[in-house]
Design a protein around this ligand. Structure first.
Ligand code: GLN
Length: 483
């Protein structure tokens, strides 16, 4: 059953070929079998089986939605009522959320089965899933390699078939990058498309939740459930949600694809360039026109992001002070001791580095030089995209500079680690939607193709991704031992 698409699972459940309880048991067994991948922080077996029983009743009474009864796993950044919500941090190791994130509520309403909470980089800061308090997650394509981050657990859960699909969040690439490195499909929606209510904040002006799935067809179904206006999130956008599944089959004749010369310069890894050229050739065969475009400010994305994201995180993470929730140190002698020791003990090294950088960038005397300057660059980058997207329908490019790197390889060099997001970060700064789809292998490790569209054109992006997946089978490959 675990090899089926979401549509096939839904049909199977409705036809009575198998029950949600059976399907859920199958995934729970696989999770136990493959614990060494460290994809899950918490397995919610009891909740899953209860959800499955409820789903079977709902299916029998013919009130099922497309995702009713299908097992999902959630990134441990989404608050889940009475279930540990750790955000990958010791700080929240004892935190049981008092409410559900809107995204979780939506999955509950549709009758999805929650298998558990997925491992992630601490507070979503990282590109390798090595900063988690719960240890590194392993890539099922090669367990000595990283799965990417921060939604590494989410990518592995799907790639290794430990859930039918999962959720991730993307602040600078955290859905697309691990999706690419694990050979799955990951969609970062337009900023404001999916509610951030109850999604623990890293950098609020950049964070966006989205689906991680085997295919664009699956992603269309999952986004349908996740998307929509939420009055509880002031940055949620009140626009109608199109029928994503109904739009997958438009032909691509005449589609204008832009290839930014800054993405395809001599700096691009030669094997990566070759694989991407093959993918783009496939689009040409599907009727697309390919055009070179230029976005001169793309090169400023990493420095701008690594001012803005830490600045926002230093503000967002100030709430973890040992007073209201989260880790509290033993026997504080006074208030300052309580703050400093609780935060000193609760946060890991990378999170502390970001808080320090962000506090510095926001401090009097440096604010204009760093933060304001970075915001101006952000505007220039958005303008580059806006202009380019009047010339072409979508932009394509790499997701990552290389396939998955080795565990431990970049941990001592943060700048090298930050460069893993060189192709994804600009999209968050502009707030645009983008997908990563499997586009082949380099040395037996998967790589992704990125498709970036205009604001709120997720339906079009999914259509373009789906058409490619109709003529290629990269997205159907499974790591050895997980088929
Ligand atoms: N790797 C980037 C960072 O560490 C992006 C992370 C993310 O998208 N959550 O900030």
């Amino acid at each position: 059953m675990y090899n089926k698409s979401l549509k096939e699972l839904s049909h199977g459940l409705k036809n009575g070929d198998f029950s949600s309880v059976e399907l859920t048991h199958e995934y729970l067994n696989r999770i136990k079998q493959h614990q060494d991948l460290n994809a899950y922080i918490t397995v919610t077996e009891e909740i899953a089986l209860q959800n499955a029983k409820d789903a079977d009743i709902r299916i029998a009474s013919k009130k099922a939605d497309p995702l009713t009864g299908i097992p999902v796993a959630q990134k441990d950044i989404f608050c889940t009522l009475d279930v540990k919500t750790s955000c990958g941090s010791m700080m929240l190791d004892n935190f049981y959320a008092p409410y559900n994130a809107t995204v979780i509520e939506k999955f509950n309403q549709t009758g999805a089965v929650m298998l558990g909470k997925l491992n992630m980089d601490e507070f979503a800061m990282g590109s390798s899933n090595e900063t988690s308090f719960y240890g590194a997650v392993k890539n099922p394509w090669n367990i000595n390699r990283v799965p990417g981050g921060s939604s590494g657990g989410s990518a592995v859960a799907v790639a290794a078939k430990l859930a039918a699909y999962s959720t991730g969040t993307d602040t600078g690439g955290s859905i697309r990058q691990p999706a690419a490195l694990c050979g799955i499909t990951g969609l970062k929606p337009t900023y404001g498309r999916v509610s951030r209510f109850g999604m623990i904040a890293y950098a609020s002006s950049l964070d966006q939740g989205g689906p991680m799935t085997h295919s664009a067809e699956d992603a269309a179904l999952v986004l349908q459930t996740m998307a929509g206006f939420d009055p509880k999130d002031s940055t949620s956008v009140d626009l109608p949600v199109p029928d994503y599944s109904a739009n997958l089959n438009h032909p691509l004749t005449g589609l204008k694809i832009g290839l930014p010369k800054e993405f395809f310069s001599d700096d691009l890894n030669i094997d990566m360039a070759k694989k991407l050229a093959e993918a783009i050739e496939e689009y040409r065969k599907l009727g697309a026109e390919i055009k070179e475009v230029s976005m001169p400010n793309l090169k400023l994305a990493i420095p701008a992001y690594y001012v803005i994201a830490p600045a926002e995180c230093s503000a967002n993470l100030s709430r973890f002070d040992g007073v209201r929730f989260g880790h509290r140190c033993n026997n504080p002698v006074d208030l300052t001791d309580l703050y400093t020791r609780s935060r000193g003990e609760g946060f890991g090294k990378e999170v502390k580095r970001r808080i320090l950088m962000g506090t510095y960038a926001l401090s009097t005397g440096y604010y204009d030089a760093y933060y304001v300057k970075a915001q101006k660059i952000r505007r220039l980058i958005s303008d580059d995209f806006k202009k380019t997207l009047t010339e072409v329908d979508v932009i394509m490019g790499p997701v990552t500079p290389t396939p998955a790197f080795g565990i431990g390889e970049k941990m001592s060099d943060p700048v090298e680690m930050y460069l893993s997001d060189i192709y994804t970060i600009a999209i968050n700064l502009a707030g645009l939607p983008a997908i990563s789809i499997p586009a082949g292998f380099i040395n037996e490790m998967p790589i992704g193709l990125q498709i970036i569209g205009n604001y709120f054109t997720e339906a079009k992006i999914l259509n373009i991704a789906h058409q490619y997946q109709q003529t290629t089978d990269w997205h159907k490959q499974t790591p050895k031992g997980f088929a």
